[in-house]
Design a protein around this ligand. Structure first.
Ligand SMILES: *Cc1c(COP(=O)(O)O)cnc(C)c1O
Length: 466
């Protein structure tokens, strides 16, 4: 074994081999050295443990080190093709930004700016002022404040309005969102005392009113996101809660989640309430995300009564949750698209409202393109199929959007559609598909400009691979 260990080449020799030298400029000599040292240590350990057969040690070292160098020399955060048909796909980054939003982020990111500066007065300005007016204009709120995301918006609002006080919330709304945002935990973090009332499927106005004490500060309504109860369900309306809160001088706060600003042009049984409707219905504070139905960057908005927002603005926690300048620039530009009535150009809204005929044409084009690339060279067949697409991001969980896609099936039994989907994910720009009834489905609704070319590229490499 010692002979084997001694046969491992010296670092200096390795650094001079051609397969290493191509990474020196992307990673620097020091970094390359460290990556190779880690690889060699791992191999030494495996040899000592007897876990490795070492027929060709040099080949093994080259293979392992190259794999690590290749991975680490590329950007880790990179674009993918979303062919899942889920528009607000949380794992794939929710909403792609509108051109105007991107341009604004690039300009502000590469220059000094009026971030906290009033250019006319030559004085200190406020970061929040860049979007507050537009938000008020678009929601009917008296005041608004932006933070890092909606989870932060809920946390900050509760911290400012209910620390050491009681917050009354329906048992049916103690939901977990996205695997880590849990209403009871957020309440605990904020220092508020949670008082859950009613039952999972039914909470009446009396459940709320009977729970009110001198210690109560907030009545909280939470959008149940992608969670639904079927059958006998009774919840209390916004108007009733607003009325009750007013009678007892309490704050009625609503965590809306999605942040719909304008009603969507879709035919759904279920209705998502817009922020404006919530404010009009009596919510004193509404919190929502910037990167869900609104279609902007990741941000959290707190909109509502001026007195309450002023209180929240003065809370120390705000400093830890504040928004970055590029995000703010992208958000302001997105809001301006709403202000001038061009919101249907925002990518996620365009995708959600896309006409069925347009989707069919898109699917037919993609199908033709893929058939042409593959000809008869591989045992794959392509067909246009109807699909069930989703809005995602916790909005409209029970309604599906009727769409189209291209189904790929393998005639050859030896190749499974799982392998095919994995090969598409391994492309230079990964293509993320879905699998249905032993076929790989590429949903066209969520494809962006140029994605057809990227899919073709992935397919071309796939069919020429050994
Ligand atoms: C999505 C969502 C959140 C979390 O928002 P983030 O912007 O992801 O932090 C909180 N509450 C509701 C109701 C949601 O739908």
């Amino acid at each position: 074994m010692n002979t084997i260990l001694r046969a491992i080449p010296a670092m200096d020799d390795l650094l001079n081999t051609p397969w290493v030298s191509e990474y020196l400029s992307a990673l620097s000599r020091e970094t390359v050295k460290e990556i190779i040292a880690d690889t060699l240590n791992k191999i030494r350990r495996e040899i000592s443990d007897g876990a490795l057969s070492y027929d060709d040690l040099n080949k093994l070292i080259e293979h392992r080190a190259c794999e690590q160098l290749f991975l680490k020399s590329k950007a880790s955060l990179r674009p993918v093709v979303n062919a899942t048909g889920v528009v607000l796909h949380t794992n794939l980054g929710r909403s792609p930004l509108a051109g105007e939003a991107l341009a604004a982020a690039a300009v502000i990111g590469s220059s000094y700016s009026t971030l906290e500066y009033d250019a006319l007065g030559g004085d200190r300005g406020k970061r929040n002022s860049h979007v507050e007016w537009s938000l008020c204009r678009l929601t009917g709120a008296e005041a608004a404040l932006v933070v890092n995301n909606n989870a932060a918006a809920v946390l900050l609002s509760l911290s400012a309005l209910a620390t050491d006080k009681e917050v009354i919330v329906s048992s049916g709304e103690l939901v977990e969102i996205g695997g880590s945002f849990r209403i009871p935990e957020i309440l605990k973090f904020s220092g508020a005392k949670m008082k859950a009332v009613g039952c999972t499927n039914s909470t009446k106005i009396d459940d709320y009113s009977n729970a009110i004490t001198d210690d109560t500060a907030v009545l909280l309504k939470v959008h149940p996101s992608n969670y639904r109860i079927e059958g006998f369900v009774k919840s209390t309306s916004r108007e009733e809660l607003a009325h009750l809160a007013e009678k007892h001088s309490l704050v009625f706060m609503e965590d809306l989640g999605s942040g719909l600003l304008e009603n969507l042009n879709i035919n759904f049984a279920e209705k998502e309430h817009s922020v404006r409707e919530c404010i009009k219905g009596g919510s004193a504070i509404v919190t929502f995300s910037g990167d869900k139905l609104l279609g902007g960057p990741q941000i959290g908005v707190i909109a509502g009564s001026k007195t309450l927002i002023d209180k929240i603005k003065n809370h120390q926690l705000l400093r830890a949750l504040r928004v970055d300048k590029m995000t703010l620039a992208a958000f302001e530009a997105t809001l301006r698209l709403y202000l001038c009535g061009r919101h249907s150009e925002i990518p996620v809204i365009k995708m959600i409202e896309m006409d069925k005929n347009e989707l069919l044409k898109k699917a037919q084009n993609l199908c033709r393109l893929l058939r042409k690339i593959c000809c008869d060279r591989v045992p794959l067949t392509f067909s246009v199929v109807e699909t069930q697409d989703a809005i995602g991001g916790g909005s409209f969980p029970t309604d599906m959007l009727a769409g189209y896609g291209v189904a790929i099936s393998c005639a050859d039994e030896s190749q499974s559609c799982k392998d095919l989907a994995a090969s598409l994910r391994a492309a230079a720009v990964p293509v993320i598909s879905t699998i249905n009834e032993d076929r790989v489905i590429l949903h066209v609704r969520t494809l962006l400009n140029g994605d057809e070319t990227l899919i073709s590229e992935a397919m071309r490499i796939l069919i020429t691979a050994p």
